[in-house]
Design a protein around this ligand. Structure first.
Ligand SMILES: Nc1ncnc2c1ncn2[C@@H]1O[C@H](COP(=O)(O)OP(=O)(O)OP(=O)(O)O)[C@@H](O)[C@H]1O
Ligand SMILES: [Mg+2]
Length: 248
């Protein structure tokens, strides 16, 4: 049976899609059978991150037209398996209530990239998941909404795996991990720094974990993925020197 992990946030633009793709890719690199699903059915961007836009079948076809879910799985050049959503504006009405049923047919770890917000659509996607990872930036408005979705997930009896703080700049104007743990009532499982390699990788359409494997963001996403497996990840020793000598 599938293990379904939702990547959620109360607010838009926090880094859900970047995190979903990179956690999934790190899990894949660790040898896990993993599929990342674009459940942002109204504002899909996963295909854009991967440089792939046109698909014979997508999540909407699975949910609205009972297309077999295995027929909507594609593979990126990195080996990452994914189920895309339509970017077609006419297909906004996916029946997300069927999502759990469809995903449960997959015998893999499923990472679900979710839409932003706390409305009905976002909640029904949360309902399709067993576990939840909350994505926030270290700013009060984002954390306040992260706290709401954390509470909602627990009320829905979901296992909240923890919160990942993304785009951390350490500029002195940010909430601390301790503040965020207190507000979201869960542990911080990753602190992903602001990293220009993420932007480079979006431009180059290859998730950063594969595109720049030892960038600060990649290392942190690998740590989170290892943690999901109950393991630890440490980057190679003397990384700065090896990078300087162009050995990695
Ligand atoms: N660690 C990072 N370093 C630098 N930029 C980042 C990082 N993480 C995310 N970004 C930037 O933030 C933008 C938003 O990220 P992303 O699309 O993953 O957010 P989202 O939560 O999925 O947004 P939406 O709610 O609209 O779906 C990215 O396009 C990228 O430019
Ligand atoms: Mg997104």
């Amino acid at each position: 049976m599938a293990k379904i992990i939702g990547v959620v946030s109360g607010k838009g633009g926090t880094g859900k899609t970047v995190s979903s793709l990179n956690i999934a890719l790190a899990l894949h690199e660790f040898g896990e059978d993993v599929i990342v699903v674009d459940a942002d059915t109204t504002a899909s961007t996963m295909g854009i991150h991967l440089g792939l836009y046109m698909f014979p079948n997508n999540l909407q076809d699975v949910l609205n037209q009972n297309i077999e879910i295995n027929r909507a799985i594609y593979m990126h050049q990195t080996g990452l398996k994914f189920i895309p959503s339509s970017i077609d504006l006419e297909l906004l009405d996916a029946d997300v209530s069927k999502m759990r049923l469809a995903l449960n047919k997959l015998d893999a770890t499923i990472i679900v990239d979710s839409p932003a917000g706390l409305d009905k659509g976002a909640i029904s996607i949360l309902d399709a998941c067993d576990e939840v990872i909350i994505i926030t930036n270290p700013e009060m408005p984002t954390v306040a909404n992260g706290a709401k979705i954390s509470r909602m997930a627990r009320d829905m009896k979901k296992n909240v795996f923890g919160v990942i703080i993304t785009r951390v700049k350490n500029n002195g104007w940010e909430l601390t991990p301790e503040d965020i743990e207190t507000m979201c009532e869960t542990s911080v499982i990753g602190i992903v720094p602001e990293d220009m390699n993420v932007k480079k990788s979006i431009f180059e359409k290859v998730p950063v974990v594969s595109n720049v494997p030892y960038s600060p963001a990649s290392i942190e996403y690998k740590r989170v993925a290892a943690r999901l497996l109950g393991k630890t990840y440490e980057p190679p020793k003397h990384l700065a020197l090896k990078k300087f000598l162009r050995l990695i």
